[in-house]
Design a protein around this ligand. Structure first.
Ligand SMILES: Cc1cc2nc3c(=O)[nH]c(=O)nc-3n(C[C@H](O)[C@H](O)[C@H](O)COP(=O)(O)OP(=O)(O)OC[C@H]3O[C@@H](n4cnc5c(N)ncnc54)[C@H](O)[C@@H]3O)c2cc1C
Length: 427
């Protein structure tokens, strides 16, 4: 007897969104997540900004709007940005994007991850068909064999093998479908034996929050330094535009040094000076108002997104350099496409676990994600190089593209997430 229609391992932004998409369509969903429930929802989105934020595209916002998550978020705290400036700190190349160039109000929104998770949790708690096991860890996974032995007849739904999972609370659960939304180190991916291509980027990302002397004016800024990109993401705090969230990608040794600076008052003053310098003084003096932890940056791509009755979504399928702020957005598109394929299959009386349906999900998502991973790799190589020829190319390229409106419009559409085979809810 199945405990649910689908068991989702991982209740991060991507797993929770998938649970909501399927739960709203009346599927019986179980989410298993190692993390505790979001705390103090009432005070989230007040005072100091959270350290982890995401730049969401217009396509992601549309998805969250159809799920009735966006209005709650927007009533708390989100920051729209209408422009982007990207430049080579070692040269003269610069490119500027403006929402007006494509006739939209904003290029995207910065949201605090905790707030988005709380918004999703609130919506999920209202669905009686969604069961959420919090602070519970997946410890084992096998696919049960059918009564006929090892041969599974893929055409016969009732005979298909079930996912049998073991949890660290001593329980076992069964479901015909299982999803790995359990992050970049995905335990489920490992247990299912799905290999990954892995590339160490040689970088780590330091994050912190700052107050700046000059308002950001709704512009996201990114300077390519010789050690890696430094991003100032605009936040709106109590209606003011003098706060930014920082993502500074650099060498692991340098990231450790920056994190250590974040531990004392004196160190934070020094970090503020270095951040202001890194940004070429564009926002004046910088005051660091939080700690400065860092995260390793490893690019990973699962060689397969699907297995028998199993699908990987979000960072479990792909993790990439944060320089284009695309990780969450790609994961949300995975969730929307998978839900679209599964819900449609069920509506026409087909088995969502049919390998052809899982293959369609993989086809729709893997090539797009692969293109983004390749682009990030190319960017990192181009900007990480001191070779004079590459320097010339990037300076000439940035300024040249800045003057070419059709190419700029195309890039803006990419930033808006409006490209490729979009799921219906995101169009
Ligand atoms: C510094 C930095 C900045 C970033 N900035 C951006 C940005 O601006 N925009 C953007 O789109 N992306 C950004 N990203 C990427 C983004 O954070 C990730 O792509 C995103 O969080 C992935 O979400 P997820 O739900 O797939 O995985 P996760 O958020 O990693 O969630 C995985 C979940 O699985 C659970 N889990 C793990 N193991 C188990 C287990 N054994 N049993 C049960 N549960 C388990 C965990 O508790 C967790 O809740 C950034 C990343 C970094 C490092």
């Amino acid at each position: 007897m199945d405990d649910s229609d689908v068991l989702i391992v991982g209740g991060g932004i991507v797993g929770s969104t998938l649970a909501l998409l399927l739960g709203e369509a009346n599927w019986r969903v179980t989410i298993v997540d190692a993390a505790p429930a979001p705390e103090e929802i009432e005070t989230l989105g007040q005072g100091k900004p959270a350290l982890r934020v995401s730049a969401l595209t217009a396509a992601s916002r549309r998805l969250l709007t159809t799920l009735d998550v966006w209005p709650w978020l927007a009533s708390r705290r989100v920051a729209a940005y209408r422009g982007m400036q990207v430049w080579d700190a070692e040269g003269s190349g610069e490119i500027r994007f403006d929402a007006e160039d494509v006739g939209v109000d904003s290029l995207g929104h910065i949201v605090e991850n905790d707030l988005l998770l709380a918004a999703l949790a609130q919506r999920l708690q209202a669905l009686p068909n969604v069961e959420w096991l919090q602070e519970v860890r997946l410890t084992g996974y096998v696919r049960e064999k059918t009564a006929r032995g090892n041969e599974i007849d893929r055409e016969d739904v009732r005979d298909a093998g079930r996912a049998l999972v073991t949890l660290d609370n001593g329980e076992q659960r069964r479901a015909p479908l299982i999803v790995g939304a359990d992050g970049a180190n995905s335990p489920l991916r490992g247990m299912a034996g799905i290999p990954v291509h892995e590339r160490d980027t040689g970088q780590a990302a330091m994050v912190t929050s700052v107050r700046t002397a000059i308002g950001h004016g709704g512009i996201a800024r990114q300077a390519f330094l010789s050690t890696g990109p430094l991003a100032f993401l605009p936040l709106t705090i109590d209606g003011r535009d003098d706060h930014c969230s920082i993502v500074w990608s650099t060498t692991p040794g340098e990231a450790r040094r920056l994190t250590a600076l974040g531990e004392t008052d004196e160190g934070r003053s020094q970090l503020g000076i270095e951040l202001a310098r890194g940004l070429g003084g564009r926002l004046g003096d910088v005051e660091v108002i939080d700690a400065a932890p860092h995260f390793p940056i490893t690019q990973r791509h699962a060689q397969r997104y699907v297995d028998e009755g199993l699908a990987l979504v979000g960072d479990a399928a792909h993790s990439l350099h944060p320089l284009a702020g695309q990780g969450v957005n790609l994961g949300l598109m995975d969730a929307a496409v998978l839900a679209e394929e599964w819900i449609r299959a069920r509506q026409r009386g087909a088995d969502p676990g049919d390998p052809r349906i899982l293959a369609r999900y993989e086809r729709r998502r893997r090539s797009e994600n692969a293109a983004m991973l390749a682009a990030m790799q190319g960017f990192q190589r181009l900007f990480g190089s001191d070779l004079p020829a590459l320097r010339f190319v990037r300076n000439w390229g940035l300024s040249g593209v800045d003057r070419l409106m059709p190419i700029k419009r195309l890039l803006i559409r990419q930033a808006l997430g409006e490209y490729g085979d979009l799921p219906e809810r995101c169009r």
